[in-house]
Design a binder for this molecule. Structure first.
Ligand SMILES: [Zn+2]
Length: 322
């Protein structure tokens, strides 16, 4: 079976050819930025044809196409509603745009859900029935698999765990609510809050120097300063990992998952972030669901974007009964 995956991100779009075992035969990428949606459509289709040729195939040999794209999106209509990092994109009929050029069925889902499917089908813990994937990157996207099925929800916002409220008086979130989990642990929010604290409190911290200026502070500079024993960074790291643990604890209590897989920050930072999270979890969840739940960084690394798009194709075919 030949599958094509299209992974649309805020900065780049990747196409890949692979199969339902998660083997990738070819992949290519391009920038997502384009002056118009029509121009983007042409470039994306060209990327698809080039990737198919690179795999030594013809377009009619593709059996299904999966698209992984930033939410919010309407999966049934195949429309990207308003991806936050793709300026000017509103109600983009992404499935139609691709479907018009290929005979194979086209399916789409948001990137966090697609990653959850990839972990279930191709990851280290493939085959488990209850899995949560957390993007843990600039934001905190989530995808939930319960009893082997993705929780899509009535309006495709199932699994938006980053926007469950930890504190109604907490910091403002990009979604407009206050005190969302993402407002505390999303990389962009974390960096903004650190900058404000350092400025307002005239704080001396090696974070500034590591980042090359207050304005450039990011999670990486934060982590490095904390690792090297900077007092401010260490205290903040403790609060940050506590908020991560609080959200994960809530998920464990609600879903009783076999495994929770974390993306970007967990992959790059490893035990320095995972250790404190695991230490703090008993504060936020009962002992026995915690005992069975593995909380781990993703093992799929840089391939997860391609695999996520392929997983959307595999799952789409399964639900279509093919
Ligand atoms: Zn929010």
């Amino acid at each position: 079976m030949n599958l094509m995956g299209i992974d649309i991100g805020g900065t780049k779009t990747a196409a890949c050819i692979g199969n339902d075992r998660g083997e990738i035969l070819a992949s290519k990428r391009m920038p997502s930025a384009s002056d118009t949606i029509e121009h983007y459509r042409k470039q994306m289709l060209e990327l698809c044809y080039e990737t198919i040729a690179k795999a030594g195939l013809k377009p009619e040999q593709i059996d299904a196409i999966g698209i992984s794209a930033p939410g919010p999106l309407d999966c049934k209509r195949g429309v990207l509603i308003a991806p936050p990092n793709n300026v000017g994109w509103r109600d983009v009929p992404i499935v139609d745009m691709v479907q018009k050029s290929f005979k194979a069925p086209v399916f789409c889902n948001n990137d966090a859900n697609a990653c959850a499917l990839a972990e279930m089908l191709f990851g280290e813990y493939r085959g488990v029935k209850n899995l949560v994937y957390l993007t843990f990157s600039t934001g905190m996207g989530g995808g939930i698999i319960a009893n082997g099925e993705l929780i899509q929800g009535a309006t495709d916002t199932g699994g938006e765990v980053g926007h469950h409220t930890l504190d109604p008086n907490g910091p403002l979130c990009g979604c407009g609510q206050r005190g969302c989990w993402e407002a505390y642990v999303g990389g962009r929010n974390v960096a903004e809050q650190l900058k404000a604290k350092i400025r307002d409190g005239n704080v001396t911290t090696t974070m500034v120097e590591k980042a090359g200026g207050i304005d450039k502070i990011d999670v990486r500079a934060f982590e490095q300063a904390a690792r090297e024993g900077d007092r401010f960074a260490m205290a903040e790291w403790d609060m940050f990992t506590d908020r991560v643990a609080q959200g994960i604890g809530n998920l464990i209590m609600i879903l009783n998952p076999d495994v929770i897989v974390l993306g970007t920050i967990a992959i790059h930072t490893g035990d320095f972030v995972m250790g404190p999270i695991r230490d703090k979890l008993p504060k936020y969840t009962w002992e026995w669901p915690l005992k069975v739940c593995k909380v781990v960084p993703s093992s799929l690394g840089g391939k997860i974007g391609d695999l996520a798009a392929l997983a959307v194709a595999v799952t789409g075919l399964k639900h279509a009964g093919q």
